[in-house]
Design a binder for this molecule. Structure first.
Ligand code: COA
Length: 338
């Protein structure tokens, strides 16, 4: 249960990360056997070399449970201390119930309020913004935000323009209430959505407009994407969103220790890195091994950045993402595990 606590000023603190990915590795060479594509095309156009796919028994909540347990194990927080579980996903197990409720049950977070957030690949930052707001408003002390996706079930294996891009995985972060005299926490967020661009990236079937029970062409149940338009949007919005955020906070890009961008396409990231003028050694990417895992991609990269020694206590971290909606999000936070 979450309650009204109020009282002393509070700051949401970013404590740590965790992840879980399915075992099956699908390489570009594996895809060459399924569709008319090549390793060379995929690597040159996207930077992706392999991705993970779930087994036939696994769904999104199974990955989310693995990631949530990993976050708690790495941060040393008891599951019974979790007040809220926020689960950004665009590939839920069902229309309802939420993946969050299934995951809370799966990990034994019996006290936790639990809900999903649908902001596609921007979802992790949206979820963290929500968790921050709940902590700073005094509604919760401990919030788990876990992005989880099974995109392999929603890509058309006959559409080479999309099936090579996406992968499955889950990863998350733990936020707790921190003393503002001691912790910096989240400095700011820049979130947005433009529904006029909805058709550029969507799964048409499965909701109330085109229910799964209706008549539709089989390919309508899969990701439909206008790749060039999404590419143009992504390169523009990543730069604009970050600049708006940094200007509002009066912080220079040179003060940022690590940039973790949504892992969709290496060319999109490279473009943003160049335009923002941040040194490449201050950027962490892992999309070559996972492809685009949507709401899981940013925390999956953050988890691995910690493991690789690329993210240290006290570092100022810039996160930026974009996705279906079309949505976008950026965030500046100090990583404060101790
Ligand atoms: N293998 C081989 N050839 C492929 C291919 C594949 N997997 N996918 C597309 N092609 C072909 C196209 O059919 C086209 O052939 P044509 O010229 O004979 O018609 C050619 O490659 C070029 O296609 P184009 O769409 O212009 O390529 P691109 O350089 O724009 O790259 C994307 C395509 C999808 C990689 C790129 O547009 C992109 O990354 N967009 C953003 C997608 C994204 O990030 N979505 C998720 C957002 S959260």
């Amino acid at each position: 249960m979450i309650g009204i606590r109020g009282g002393a000023p509070r700051r949401a603190r970013l404590v740590g990360f965790g992840s879980y990915v399915p075992e099956t590795v699908v390489t570009n060479q594996d895809l060459e056997r399924l569709v008319d594509t090549s390793d060379e095309w995929i690597v040159t156009r996207t930077g992706i070399r392999e991705r993970r796919w779930v087994s036939s028994e696994q769904a999104t909540s199974d990955l989310a449970i693995g990631a949530a347990k990993d976050v708690l194990a790495r941060t040393g927080v008891a599951v019974t201390d979790v007040d809220v579980l926020i689960l950004p996903t665009c590939t839920p197990d069902h229309v309802f119930p939420s993946v969050a409720a299934l995951t809370a049950h799966g990990i034994g977070a019996t006290r936790a309020a639990a809900f999903d957030i649908q902001a596609a690949c921007s979802g992790f930052i949206y979820g963290v913004a929500q968790g921050t707001a709940m902590i700073e408003a005094g509604l919760a002390d401990t919030v788990l935000v876990v992005g989880a996706e099974v995109l392999s079930r929603f890509v058309d294996m006959e559409d080479r323009t999309t099936c090579v891009l996406f992968g499955d995985g889950a990863a998350g972060a733990l936020l707790t209430a921190g003393d503002p005299d001691r912790y910096t926490g989240f400095l700011g967020f820049e979130l947005g959505a433009d529904g006029s661009r909805a058709a550029d990236l969507q799964i048409p079937v499965g909701g109330s407009r085109l229910p799964a029970s209706g008549d539709f062409a089989p390919d309508q149940a899969f990701v439909k994407m206008n790749g060039r338009e999404v590419f143009k949007f992504a390169t523009r919005i990543m730069e604009e969103s970050v600049i708006r955020l940094l200007e509002r906070l009066d912080i220079s890009i040179d003060e940022v220790d690590l940039l973790v961008a949504h892992q969709a396409n290496q060319r999109i990231i490279d473009h943003a890195v160049k335009r923002l003028g941040i040194a490449e050694e201050r950027v962490f990417n892992n999309l070559e091994r996972y492809g685009n895992t949507s709401a899981a991609s940013i925390p999956l990269a953050l988890s691995e950045a910690v493991d690789a020694g690329r993210l240290s206590a006290g570092d100022l971290v810039l996160l930026v993402g974009f996705g279906a909606g079309l949505t976008w999000a950026s965030c500046l936070v100090r990583y404060e595990p101790e």
